[in-house]
Design a protein around this ligand. Structure first.
Ligand SMILES: [Fe+2]
Ligand SMILES: [Fe+2]
Length: 210
């Protein structure tokens, strides 16, 4: 995720579109490569959020609040709010898939089934991953122990890969349909996708680095 206080060079490494977009906007890259991205945009009167949007960067919500939290507050937020919310959402999606597959079996059974299979992998992954975090890593972290996050990081990557797969299969959550259940599936899966990517970002980039 790009941040205002990132050096432009670093931002380009994270998202190469930063460079092409800056050039498009008439900024001479060589002069500003070592300056902070936020400051460069401000001096050019370019809105940071609009800039991010123009290069396809998702902006996670409510991050200023998270950056101010300590480790215990972040763990509580994740365990009490994010984990239950995502488990509930994945359950709702699961139910809706079963309903839609049954109802539209002839027209869409096969298409829905391929996506449903990936969704079930995500569901299983989340259930087991959250259990491990809550029972082991987070407890150890709060007890001040040295925690090895390698497993969790690998699972995060796997989960993102599964969401990328669903994103591809649904053409970016735009399954072409008139059936209300299918439209609702687009919406709920996209919500879960964005929430999970934000959740993983909070853990990988903030909590695990504390
Ligand atoms: Fe988590
Ligand atoms: Fe996690």
């Amino acid at each position: 995720m790009l941040k205002k206080n990132m050096i432009v060079e670093e931002a380009v490494r994270e998202n190469p579109k930063v460079m092409s977009r800056l050039v498009e906007l008439g900024v001479e890259y060589d002069f500003i490569a070592l300056e902070e991205l936020g400051a460069v945009l401000e001096s050019e009167n370019i809105d940071f959020d609009e800039f991010l949007e123009s290069i396809g960067e998702v902006q996670f919500e409510d991050m200023d609040r998270i950056y101010k939290m300590n480790a215990e507050e972040i763990v509580n937020y994740i365990v009490n709010e994010i984990h239950p919310y995502e488990l509930d959402l994945v359950e709702q999606i699961d139910e809706l898939f079963r309903k839609a597959i049954k109802k539209y079996y002839r027209e869409r059974g096969e298409q829905l089934f391929v996506i449903y299979e990936v969704l079930l992998l995500i569901k299983a992954e989340l259930v087991s991953h959250f259990a491990s975090e809550e029972e082991y890593e987070f407890k150890d972290l709060l007890a001040g122990k040295d925690v090895d996050f390698e497993n969790l990081l690998a699972e995060h990557e796997k989960t993102i890969g599964l969401f990328d797969r669903i994103k591809y299969l649904t053409r970016d959550y735009k399954m072409n349909a008139e059936e209300e259940e299918v439209l609702e599936l687009n919406k709920l899966m996209e919500t879960l996708d964005v929430d999970t990517r934000r959740h993983i970002f909070i853990e990988n980039e903030i909590l695990f680095k504390m």
